[in-house]
Design a binder for this molecule. Structure first.
Ligand SMILES: *Cc1c(COP(=O)(O)O)cnc(C)c1O
Length: 357
């Protein structure tokens, strides 16, 4: 199936691009001209369509609103110096989407339909892909239940929608995080490994409590004992401990981040020893005390790396040494950036070229 040539495009009458200030994009402030929509009905996905971004007509009885069958993805596309556009690791995002869909009893979507949909939408809005260093087109696929009915059941109907948003470089200042020892984001056996909407809704309240107490983010711990680190906010978390890159081992309560996986792979390329294992709060505390904990940072598609300056453990603020250009997090961030922009060879085949016609 070569859907790329088949996906019909209903073009917007008047592009909104002239209202976008590409110098101050920020994150998620603009949505590009077009969206892609496909329906699942009668046990199969139907032909996607590209149309102007706008409202969809649905009843308030759609099952996703009531029972939470909604999963999403977050990716980026980059434009290199030659004007070529590539999506970063769409197949790996697709594999994760399949795991999320399965966990939420939602129908699988083929890699072909997924990747070709992304490519067709990006080709339609190619002008929206920013080319300034550090900028990107953020891609947000979402699948949600659309059967209109009140009884509790697995929906028989769904929509697959893809939106894109031009985003600027992420200049976040180092964050203060609080080890969460009361609330839980995800428990083993739950939905923490799935990128489902409800995980976010349930995390707002603890994050808000932390914000009111003067922190930027929560450092989630395991649901059973609040002893081991899981993630930081909606990012995976990494540490440099005793000269090694250390990150929590994946479990059913941790999201398998594509950035996490990419940075672990680059650590190998850079000769940085790495460990995926359980990390206790006590170990972090000891690391602060003996000076062996030298870096802590969140990792995810939006920011790539978010430097952690302070970790609050049991009411005490522990400070990390100031971040510098020589730190592992800055070097690995730069390497990833260089690969995406075509400044360095893409030896792992992570950049998926988008045919722009
Ligand atoms: C999306 C997400 C991440 C980061 O995943 P990436 O694929 O690197 O963007 C980490 N944790 C949670 C909870 C997430 O939802």
């Amino acid at each position: 199936m070569n859907t790329l040539v088949d996906i019909p495009v209903e073009r917007i009458k008047q592009s909104r691009i002239s209202s976008v200030d590409f110098k101050t994009l920020g994150f998620g402030n603009y949505i590009s001209d077009h969206m892609l929509v496909a329906d699942y009905k009668d046990k199969k996905w139907h032909q996607p369509k590209i149309m102007p971004f706008g409202e969809l007509l649905m009843t308030p009885a759609i099952l996703s609103l009531h029972y939470g069958q909604s999963v999403f993805e977050g990716m980026k596309a980059f434009k290199n110096k030659k004007g070529e556009v590539s999506i970063f690791r769409p197949q790996r995002h697709h594999q994760r989407l399949l795991r999320s869909l399965e966990r939420m009893c939602m129908p699988a979507i083929s890699e072909e339909l997924f990747v070709e949909s992304l490519c067709a939408l990006i080709a339609a809005d190619a002008a929206w892909v920013p080319d300034a260093e550090g900028s990107a087109l953020y891609i947000r696929p979402v699948i949600f239940a659309t059967e209109s009915r009140l009884g509790v059941k697995i929906s028989d109907e769904y929509k697959f929608v893809v939106l894109t948003s031009p985003v600027g470089p992420y200049f976040a200042k180092p964050v203060r995080v609080k080890v969460e020892e009361h609330y839980v984001r995800a428990a083993e056996g739950g939905t923490g490994f799935a990128k489902c909407a409800g995980n976010y809704g349930g995390a707002f309240y603890p994050a808000e409590q932390a914000r009111q107490a003067g922190f930027d983010q929560v450092l989630w711990t395991d649901a059973k004992e609040h002893t081991y680190i899981d993630e930081s906010g909606a990012m995976n978390v990494m540490f440099v401990l005793d000269g090694k890159l250390v990150t929590p081992k994946l479990s059913t309560s941790i999201l398998d981040g594509v950035t996490r996986n990419s940075l672990l792979t680059l650590a190998d390329d850079m000769g940085m020893p790495k460990e995926e294992r359980r990390i206790s709060i006590a170990e972090l505390k000891a690391g602060f005390e003996n000076g062996k904990l030298t870096e802590a940072f969140g990792v995810g598609t939006a920011a790539v790396v978010s430097t952690i300056a302070i970790i609050n453990i049991d009411g005490t603020d522990y400070s990390l040494p100031p971040d510098s250009e020589a730190s592992f997090q800055q070097r690995v961030k730069k390497k990833l950036h260089n690969i995406r922009m075509g400044h360095e060879p893409d030896t792992h085949n992570w950049n998926y070229n988008v045919p722009l016609k």
